[in-house]
Write a protein that binds this ligand. Structure first.
Ligand code: GDP
Ligand code: IMO
Ligand code: MG
Length: 432
């Protein structure tokens, strides 16, 4: 028995929500440890769809504890709105099933505004990142700059005014430079006091809670957001998010030691998608890309933007297997490939006449690489809803085996539709 970390091995939207929901039956606690409400995780249970951004995907299962760790940036308005939205779907969230780390950073309205202002300005010069405009980057900047307001500060009304002054000194200087109105001390104080009563009941010393639970033998499932190629260090910088998304962050972002992490499950889409700007070597701007987008319903959960689609990039996922220490993968959306005559898999790149087996770190080189492909025969049969290997066509099995060989990690789970139970279990990550 072990704890399990779920990470995205591509550019996000690999199907983490579905797999976390499925695995959470076997877990006691589900923990988010980075990112914020830039994430959009979809669960489909008996035809009912739940879209979660900030709350861990285990929250819909009765009797499970959901935890938002210190590594998450928490927009209190988004948190309250998501709790209310789920209440409308019959999911009750109270301090009995949700804890928020008292040392997590808060996203304020000035972060959202700065994110949007920067993106608008960059659009004019063609340098935008294509962020979700949720204030994620600016909030992490304030955290690292040691001027953030944190969850626990909502309860410390004596020291809060000084903290507000500190953050405003920085932001108002920026706002003057951008030519927008300054924010008053009172505005931020009002914003914080208006949410305090709703947020504070959930606050907890999460590292202590997790330590006690671990000692008692609880099974802990960590839910990553985004994907490894969006990692602030290991991703396609600067077209990345502002947190470390790799599995190691599960420890730092929750306060549990890395020794307790256990099995690292990389969620891997059977093709590749990306939303927002940045390099994408296997992108298909043709009718096959369109086919994948339509069949896979590739539209962003958070922003509704159309996701860019392309062939499976084994070189990228092999890189993620290394940077995350992936033990095994959950291969999702295999069904979307049904009906394609042939399938390509990228096995490496050509860069300035040389063959390389990984994505180089420089922005210029990332834009120049040309994928090297192998071609496999497709399959005509439907794999939608397959629940055992025996239901898969021989060519689909060949594709899966080829993926495993090229990325250097085995398939532990295989997903064949958005529905919770359309999942094939090969190896139980909690028992490995
Ligand atoms: P996440 O951000 O990694 O949780 O993924 P998203 O929820 O943003 O995007 C994945 C989408 O694919 C969602 O609409 C899921 O319902 C859907 N999905 C997940 N697994 C499968 C699958 O195996 N087949 C199909 N067709 N859809 C899937
Ligand atoms: P889930 O958890 C896909 C992308 C944005 C943009 C970049 C930076 O659902 O897989 P940010 O708002 O984080 O500063 O945006 O990161 N991005 C995601 N792409 N899935 C996500 O989350 C993402 N979260 C952020 O599109 O390119
Ligand atoms: Mg998503």
């Amino acid at each position: 028995m072990t704890n399990v970390v779920v990470v995205g091995s591509q550019w996000g939207d690999e199907g983490k929500g579905k797999i976390v929901d499925w695995l959470s039956e076997r877990a006691d606690i589900v923990v988010r440890y980075q990112g914020g409400h830039n994430a959009g995780h979809t669960l489909v249970i008996d035809g009912t769809s739940y879209k979660l951004s900030l709350l861990p995907s285990g929250v819909v299962r009765p009797g499970k504890m959901a935890v938002i760790g210190n590594g998450v940036v928490v927009d209190p308005h988004a948190l309250i709105a998501e709790i209310e939205k789920l209440a409308g779907q019959g999911v009750t969230i109270t301090p009995d099933n949700l804890r928020v780390a008292d040392n997590a950073t808060l996203i304020l309205s000035l972060h959202r505004e700065l994110d949007a202002m920067r993106e608008d300005a960059a659009s004019n010069s063609g340098t935008k990142i294509g962020t979700t405009r949720r204030g994620i980057g600016p909030a992490y900047e304030d955290k690292v700059g040691r001027r953030a307001i944190r969850v626990m500060d909502l309860a410390d009304l004596d020291s809060l005014p000084g903290k507000v002054d500190r953050i405003l000194t920085h932001h108002n200087a920026l706002r003057r430079g951008l030519g927008v109105a300054e924010v008053s001390h009172q505005t931020i104080m009002d914003e914080l006091t208006s949410v305090a009563e709703r947020v504070l009941p959930f606050r907890d010393t999460v590292w202590l809670f997790l330590d006690k639970e671990r000692r008692r033998g609880a099974r802990i499932l960590f839910e990553g957001a985004q994907g490894s190629l969006l990692d602030i260090d290991h991703g396609t910088y600067p077209f990345v998010t502002s947190s470390n998304t790799v599995a190691g962050q599960a420890a730092a972002g929750s306060g549990m030691g890395p020794g307790a992490l256990g099995y690292i499950l990389g969620i891997t889409k059977a093709y590749t998608t990306r939303v927002g700007e940045g390099p994408f070597p296997t992108e298909l701007k043709d009718e096959i890309g369109e086919f994948l987008g339509q069949k896979g319903h590739e539209f962003g959960v958070v922003t509704g933007r159309k996701r860019r689609c392309g062939w499976f990039d084994a070189a990228l996922v092999r890189q993620s297997v290394a940077t995350n220490g992936i033990t095994g993968i959950a291969l999702t959306k295999l069904d979307v490939l049904d009906g394609l005559e042939e399938l390509k898999i990228c096995i490496g790149y050509m860069l300035d006449g040389e063959q390389i087996d990984h994505l180089p770190a420089s922005q210029g080189a990332q834009a120049r690489v040309e994928p090297i492909y192998i071609t496999l025969e497709g399959w005509k049969e439907s794999t939608v809803g397959a629940r055992s290997w025996a239901d898969l066509p021989a060519q689909a099995i060949k594709y899966v085996r080829q993926v495993e060989e090229l990325i250097g990690a085995p398939v532990a789970l295989l997903s064949t539709s958005p529905e919770r139970d359309d999942t094939i279990l090969v190896t139980d990550p909690f028992e490995d």
